[in-house]
Design a protein around this ligand. Structure first.
Ligand SMILES: Nc1ncnc2c1ncn2[C@@H]1O[C@H](COP(=O)(O)OP(=O)(O)OP(=O)(O)O)[C@@H](O)[C@H]1O
Ligand SMILES: O=P(O)(O)OC[C@@]1(O)O[C@H](CO)[C@@H](O)[C@@H]1O
Length: 314
């Protein structure tokens, strides 16, 4: 089973403002409302790809109830911890120029006792999980080393379990020291950790160092340019086909979901990467944070170009 933790879930409202005007009244067309947050999106993706998943995290208020209800409808097992304050609402604004403006709230403060309960739930799921995916920002109340400490605890409990991490800024920087099995920053997020804007070549160099330090797989996503995946076997570059994007929200999460599913099913690295990038194409052709389906992924597999970056091989 693939367990996900979303410590800062969200209800995503996606709206269309054909010509978004800053500082003016914008009349928008409502597109969708979805249970989201990075780990929850990963669970939705895993479920669509036919594997068992359980979503952990903390939710509160009406938005929390909406998330619980939506995941139940999708047939996803959950074990959320309730908090007093409302789960945040994130707004995604799509315009006719193809921009997606993302307005993400910080999220409610999580009491210390709730964090302890969540940690216990993560640890107690270890025996029934092959993977634990930790994903998304940390809300206030959570110290920046939350993921780092949690990964250390998980690994102490059972070193065979695979931990996939998708976060950014200080929580990512600190958690790299705990050596999760997979990290999936985008190019900007990786640059933030190293304090500069990175070229793809520099990102690959950093990825190689991280792999040498003991992180099994480093996948740096590059938006429309695809992604680079570095493992002990070397570095691969995936190039997706050009498509008419509906919404890129959750594209990165769909990559994480598909990597976990492919890993669980013993795919070879190249096939795993192709599967994950095909999943991202299936996802960006759907509105809001909707994830692609297995049938759609199979349609795009042959359209993903995978190259070995020979000069940069580990
Ligand atoms: N415009 C696009 N055209 C084709 N593929 C895209 C496009 N945008 C994203 N993708 C695919 O989705 C994958 C993940 O996208 P991206 O790098 O934007 O992730 P991300 O920043 O983590 O996204 P998010 O945080 O919204 O989940 C890319 O590696 C690529 O395969
Ligand atoms: O604020 P965070 O936790 O970094 O990201 C939250 C979020 O932007 O990530 C998902 C897309 O990846 C959205 O569903 C959600 O609104």
């Amino acid at each position: 089973m693939i367990t996900t933790l979303t410590i800062n879930p969200a209800v995503d409202y996606t709206v269309k403002a054909p010509e978004l005007k800053i500082g003016k009244v914008n009349r928008v067309e409502f597109v969708s409302k979805a249970a989201a947050g990075k780990g929850i999106n990963v669970s939705k993706g895993v479920k669509n790809l036919g594997e068992e998943t359980k979503a952990l995290g903390c939710i509160g208020g009406e938005s929390g109830q909406f998330i619980g209800g939506s995941l139940k409808e999708l047939g996803i097992t959950t074990d959320f911890t309730w908090i007093q304050d409302d789960t945040r609402i994130n707004i995604k604004v799509i315009d006719d120029l193809g921009h997606e403006t993302k307005i993400n709230q910080l999220g409610p403060k999580i009491p210390k006792e709730v964090l302890e309960v969540i940690e216990e739930k993560v640890i107690s799921t270890i025996d029934e999980s092959e993977f634990i995916v930790l994903a998304g920002s940390l809300p206030s109340g959570c110290s920046e080393d939350f993921y780092q400490k949690l990964i250390n605890k998980i690994k102490e409990e059972n070193n065979n379990i695979k931990v996939f991490l998708d976060t950014s800024q200080a929580p990512l920087k600190l958690a790299l020291e705990a050596k999760p099995n997979l990290v999936k920053p985008n190019l900007r997020e990786l640059g933030e950790v190293y304090g500069k804007e990175l070229s793809v070549e520099e990102a690959v160099e950093i990825s190689k160092n991280l792999v040498e330090d003991g992180i099994e797989m480093v996948l740096v996503s590059l938006g429309a340019e695809g992604a680079v995946l570095t493992t002990k076997e070397g570095t691969l570059k995936a190039t997706p086909p050009e498509v008419d994007v509906v919404s890129t929200v959750g594209a990165g999460d769909s990559v994480v979901a598909a990597m976990a599913v492919a890993y669980l099913n013993d795919y070879k690295i190249k096939d795993m990467f192709r599967f994950a990038i095909a999943m991202s194409i299936a996802t960006i052709l759907r509105p809001g944070a909707e994830m692609g389906t297995l049938e759609e992924v199979n349609q795009y597999l042959d359209e993903i170009k995978i190259d070995k970056l020979e000069l940069l091989e580990c």
